[in-house]
Design a binder for this molecule. Structure first.
Ligand SMILES: Cc1cc2nc3c(=O)[nH]c(=O)nc-3n(C[C@H](O)[C@H](O)[C@H](O)COP(=O)(O)OP(=O)(O)OC[C@H]3O[C@@H](n4cnc5c(N)ncnc54)[C@H](O)[C@@H]3O)c2cc1C
Length: 276
């Protein structure tokens, strides 16, 4: 069975179909099938206008659940979104960015999902809709493990919501075994806000690919607040600031290499944020 509703309401009703799977850009969905063919009912959400677009208000920025990486790149957004945009440019190729959605990246919940660290740094929340109503939860809780989320089978991610609680430069750095079309070994997103008098008033740093779920570094964030907003800030990174990470050995890198790479990327990301 292949369902392609035109409204969110119809989609929510269709989600009551037993075993139904949501299909957005399909760039994770189809590769996950491998040699198998689709054996479950499929709910294609790409024809639903309510799931499209980005809206900006004074209090929040709302990225609708069907927004592609390319659509994100086309919209002018505050500079704290530069990290998310840099991540968007790293997702596969332009063809993948045209089809793949930000919500799909979050729902797939890969430890190496490029969208997660920048959205964690933005304190994003996920909005879920089902026949029971709408609920919101922080992205940090939504992704519960490697390929695990708290999405219920009858829920669609209708939007990603970013509160406008930080304003400052941001950046995203990804290390892979090659430059292009690569799954990351480690990646870092950072946002730094200044207090107007040359000091850091708020810092947010998140690391991906170095634990089952990308993690913020709260001890480092606290350590940077009050520091001068200038080159050398990266020297404040101490090994214990990365203790929340739990990298693994795999085909791409050893755990020790990942941790070392993460520390270097965090230092570089902080320097880039203050370099103007
Ligand atoms: C060649 C190639 C290169 C890639 N490179 C990268 C890369 O560099 N970095 C990276 O992070 N990813 C990469 N990816 C993975 C993929 O492109 C992204 O994760 C993309 O953002 C997934 O979005 P999608 O819309 O295609 O999701 P889909 O494949 O349609 O769906 C993925 C999962 O999310 C669920 N889902 C999708 N949308 C919703 C929704 N709104 N509500 C609830 N559930 C939903 C689906 O049911 C499915 O389980 C690559 C993929 C390919 C094929």
């Amino acid at each position: 069975m292949f369902l392609r509703p035109r409204t969110l309401r119809e989609a929510v009703e269709a989600l009551e179909t037993p075993g139904v799977q949501i299909l957005a850009g399909g760039t994770d969905f189809y590769p996950a099938l491998g040699e198998r063919s689709v054996s479950t009912p499929v709910l294609d959400i790409t024809a639903i206008p309510e799931l499209s677009g980005i809206s900006v208000t004074t209090s929040e920025i709302r990225i609708a659940g069907g927004t592609s990486w390319s659509e994100l790149l086309a919209v002018p957004l505050p500079r704290c979104f530069d990290a998310l945009k840099a991540a968007a440019r790293e997702v596969g190729s332009v063809q993948i960015q045209n089809r793949g959605t930000i919500a799909g990246n979050l729902c797939n919940a890969s430890p190496a999902a490029d969208g997660v660290p920048p959205l964690l740094a933005l304190d994003a929340a996920v909005e879920l809709i089902s026949s029971a109503g709408t609920r919101q939860m922080p992205l940090a809780s939504f992704i519960a493990g490697n390929r695990k989320t708290l999405r219920r089978p009858n829920e669609i991610v209708s939007a990603i919501i970013v509160p406008r609680t930080i304003d400052g430069p941001s950046c995203f750095l990804k290390l892979g075994a090659r430059r292009y079309l690569v799954i990351s070994i480690a990646m870092v997103a950072a946002i730094i806000e200044g207090d107007g008098e040359g000091m850091v008033s708020q810092a947010r740093v998140a690391v991906g690919s170095c634990s089952a779920v990308a993690r913020r570094l709260p001890d480092l964030e606290r350590a940077i607040v009050g520091a001068p907003l200038r080159q050398g800030i990266g020297q404040r990174v101490e090994p214990h600031h990365l203790d929340v990470l739990a990298p693994i050995d795999d085909v791409r890198a050893t755990a020790a290499y990942r941790l070392d790479a993460a520390r270097t990327l965090v230092m570089r990301a902080l320097e880039l944020c203050v370099s103007g």
